[in-house]
Ligand binder design. Sequence first.
Ligand code: GLC
Length: 541
Amino acid sequence: MDPLRGVNSQSSISELDDLARLLDRPRLNIERKRSFDERSFSEMGVLDNVNSPGGPSGWETPASSSRNSFEPHPMVAEAWDALRRSLVYFRGQPVGTIAAFDHASEEVLNYDQVFVRDFVPSALAFLMNGEPEIVKNFLLKTLQIQGREKRIDRFKLGEGAMPASFKVLHDPVKKTDTVIADFGESAIGRVAPVDSGFWWIILLRAYTKSTGDISLAETPECQKGMRLILSLCLSEGFDTFPTLLCADGCSMVDRRMGVYGYPIEIQALFFMALRSAMSMLKHDAEGKEFMERIAMRLHALSFHMRSYFWLDFQQLNDIYRYKTEEYSHTAVNKFNVIPDSIPEWVFDFMPLRGGYFIGNVSPARMDFRWFALGNCVAILASLATPEQSAAIMDLIEERWEELVGEMPVKICHPAIESHEWRIVTGCDPKNTRWSYHNGGSWPVLLWLLTAACIKTGRPQIARRAIDLAESRLLKDGWPEYYDGKSGRFIGKQARKFQTWSIAGYLVAKMLLEDPSHLGMISLEEDKQTKPVIKRSYSWTC
Ligand code: GLC
C-alpha cells in the first residue's frame, strides 16, 4: 500500500468524522456545580460537542451573564459595553473590532485598525454569545482583502497573504465606505504577518463549529482562500525541517525580539491551521491534493516539534551532557547545540515536574525562552501529547510567580537585558526588560490560558488567574500590557481600552462558565500523529 495514501485517508476520515460528529450531536447539558472545578472536562466528554448558537442574539444582553446560575461579576457587563463600543462598521454591517479605543493616548498609530489576530478573542466572545454574524462578515471582508494585489515597493507579495490589519474609511460627503489594508507594507518594520492566515483558518473552523453552518466554509471563495494560505506555507523550498521559517516580528510579537527562525508561536498556529483546514477542505480534486500535502506535513511537524522543541528536566540534562561536532545520521546532538550556550537561568527555572516547548530550534541555536501563546495553542491543537500538555500545566503551577505573577499572563520568560537586549532587539526602547514583548504581561493571553486549563482538566488554575485579572483590569482601564518582573505596573506605553484585553477576559469567563464552548477552539488528539518514540528517549535513539 502507498504509505502516504494510508496516512492521508485515515487522518482525513478521522477529521471529517470529528466534524460531522460535532455538528450532529446535541450539546451536553452540563450541570454547573462548584465541585465541577475538581473534575476533568475532557474526561466528561464535553470537548467534542458543538455549540449551538444558544442565547439571545440581541445586542444588549450578553447571554453569558443572563445564563449564569450565580451572580455574574460586575466587570462582565462593563466588558461587553466596552467591546461593543469597539465595533467597526462597513456599510452599516459590523465587520470587526478596533484594536484600542483609547482617546487619551497621544499617538493613535495603527491602533484604530481591525487587526486579524486581535479580532480572534472578540470573534470568540460573539460566537459564544450567539452572535455569529459579525464573525461571518469579518471572514468575508478579510477574504476580499486577500484577493487584492499586494506590493511592498516594487515587490509583489504572495497571493495567499492575509492582512495584519485593515481600516474602514467613511466619507461623510460622498457617503461611501472604503477599506484600506496593511499586509506589512505600512507596519513598523515592514514584516508580513504570518499568523493572520492561520488565525483566519482557525476562526473559520470556530465559526463552523459554533453555528453548525458548514455552508460558509464550503463556499468556493472560502475554499480558495484556504488553499491560497496553504499554498504559501506548504510550498517546497530548501528546508530541511517541517517547521516554517520566518522573519522576526511576523506574529503577535511584531517587533524584532530574536524570534526569527522557527518560532514556537508560528509552529503551533501552523499546526492548528493545518488540522483545521483538513476538517473543512472539500473532497474535490483540488481539496484532496491539499489534504494529502497537509497529512504529510502534520506527520513530520508533530514528530519534529514533540521531539526537538520539547524541554523537561531530563531533556535539559541530556543537552547539558551533549557531545558536539557529531557527523552523520547517528548524531545524538542533531543540531550541534553547544552546551555552553545553555543560559544559566534555565537550570534554576526548570522544575523536576513540568516541561514546555522552547521558543525556537535551528542549527546550533535553541532559544530556551518560554512563550505563553505557542504553548497554549500547542495544547489546544493537540500538538502537545496529553503527557506534554499536562507537563506544561505543571510548569505553570510550579513557576506561577514567573509566568503569571500579579497579572496573567507573561508573553515570554525571562526578559532579555543589557548587552543581549542591545544585540537581540537592536536597542528597542519599547522592548526594554520586563516590558511589552520582552517579558511583559498581556491580559489577552488569559483566554488561551483558560482554554488550555479546561482542556487539561485544570480549571482551578484558570480561576486563580481570572481572579487576579478581576482585581485590576477594569480599575486600570483594560491595559494592553503590564510591566515588571511580576507584571505589577501598567505598561509604559500600554494603550487603555485595548479590545483584546477586554474580549480575552470575556472569553475566559464564558469558557469557565460553559466548558462546552471549548470545542470551537480545541482539537482532539489525532491518532495518526502519535509519536512513535517516547519523548524522553527521542534524543538518544
Ligand atoms: C501590537 C502587538 C500586536 C497587536 C497590535 C494591535 O503591535 O504587538 O500583537 O496585534 O499591537 O493591538
